[in-house]
Design a protein around this ligand. Structure first.
Ligand code: SF4
Length: 193
């Protein structure tokens, strides 16, 4: 039986984004590594994003054997038409579906409107995912967490798209400039004392 993990997560309201936890440096990738992206970590540090890993939410340990969807997409898994197996041949569909549903629940509770998720992952991928052969080959489709978020009208972009998003970069630069001006003004004021 899969244990529920949500009780352990302190859900605070008003987050703009939910992001894949591996993108902020959490070593939750199947091999125990992370996929650290400093720009995405900054969103969490600034309090506008929450980071979670659907596979860990589903009770899978890290490190763990890699998982892929066999002959289908995240949508197919949710319809019961495809299943998820790890490289050792174990069916982990129940874990991943449960973790992805918890990921969605947190997103909805936080009022998230946008997700920034790791490309190609069977949970977090959008548009293309590994094809179930464990040969680094891709097929069209979304991961399970992504499929659930999209179904609930939460926009999903990949970490690569985020890195190229000039709007977000611009907003961030404008905020940094404002912070710098504030600090500079404070120094000037102190000088006059
Ligand atoms: S399930 Fe998503 S958050 Fe977790 S390691 Fe894979 S890509 Fe990262």
């Amino acid at each position: 039986m899969v244990k529920r993990n949500l009780e352990k997560i302190s859900v605070s309201k008003s987050k703009k984004f939910i992001v894949s936890a591996c993108l902020i440096g959490k070593c939750c990738f199947y091999d125990g590594s992370s996929k650290y992206n400093p720009k995405i970590k900054e969103l969490v540090d600034n309090g506008v994003a929450i980071a979670l890993c659907p596979e860990e939410l589903g009770g899978l340990k890290t490190p763990r054997p890699p998982v892929e969807i066999l002959a289908g997409s995240g949508e197919d898994v949710l319809k019961g038409k495809a299943f998820m197996f790890n490289k050792e041949g174990k069916d982990v569909t129940i874990n991943i579906v449960k973790g992805s549903k918890e990921f969605l629940t947190v997103a909805l509770e936080c009022g998230v409107r946008k997700a920034i998720l790791k490309v190609k992952s069977p949970c977090c991928g959008r548009g293309e995912i590994y094809d179930g052969t464990f040969t680094d080959s891709l097929r069209k489709g979304n991961g399970i967490a992504t499929a659930l978020l999209l179904k609930n009208n939460i926009e999903v972009i990949t970490d690569s798209e985020f890195s190229q998003d000039r709007t977000l970069t611009f907003k961030k630069s404008a905020r940094s400039k404002a912070v710098k001006n504030k600090r500079y003004g404070k120094r000037e004021k102190n000088k006059g004392r």
